[in-house]
Design a protein around this ligand. Structure first.
Ligand code: RP5
Length: 164
């Protein structure tokens, strides 16, 4: 199976990013985690992106906050799909990172999830990896069925509280 690269701009992003790695672990998807910055380590970030396909990666997740150019810089250096996680910082509630990550020019797509949406980033990477992996697709379908069952249970419990 191809690996998922989970890259963050700073180790301060790790509490958010760990929600993605937890899910990848849960699904048994192989992944590697790196701290690489579009601004502080631009050479290393570009080198990693350029060699990612030949190193066995299938999808890249990039998490960054503030002027969040990491996902865009990766997209510019690889044709692998890049998923961007805008990370909330203390000043602008993550809207700065959201706009910097999502507003990519035509020809350089970044699939941007919600602010701090690391769980969805992992799930989206799993959906991509499952396109040609039947076993992973079955695991993902089971995960979705479980989520549906949980909501139906909650519906029953809440509606019972208001039943006359
Ligand atoms: C971004 O700047 C990082 O992704 C992080 O979210 C933010 C702050 O980084 P630190 O100053 O905490 O290292 O590049």
């Amino acid at each position: 199976m191809k690996k998922v690269a989970v890259v963050m701009g700073s180790d301060s992003d790790l509490p958010v990013v760990s929600k993605a790695t937890d899910i990848l672990k849960q699904f048994g998807v192989p992944f590697e985690v790196r701290v690489l910055s579009a601004h502080r380590t631009p050479v290393e970030a570009a080198e990693f992106a350029r060699s990612a396909r030949e190193c066995g990666f299938g999808v890249i997740i990039c998490a960054a906050g503030m002027a969040a150019h990491l996902a865009g810089a990766f997209a510019a250096n690889t044709s692998l799909p890049v998923i961007g996680i805008p990370v909330k910082s203390k000043y602008l509630d993550g809207v700065d990172a959201l706009l910097a990550t999502v507003q990519m020019p035509t020809g350089m797509p970044v699939a941007t999830v919600a602010i701090d949406g690391a769980a969805n980033a992992a799930l989206l990477s799993i959906q991509m990896m499952a396109i040609y992996d039947e076993e992973l697709r079955e695991k993902y379908d089971a995960y979705r069925a479980e989520a549906t069952a949980k909501v139906l249970e909650k519906d029953k419990a809440v509606s019972a509280q208001f039943a006359e």
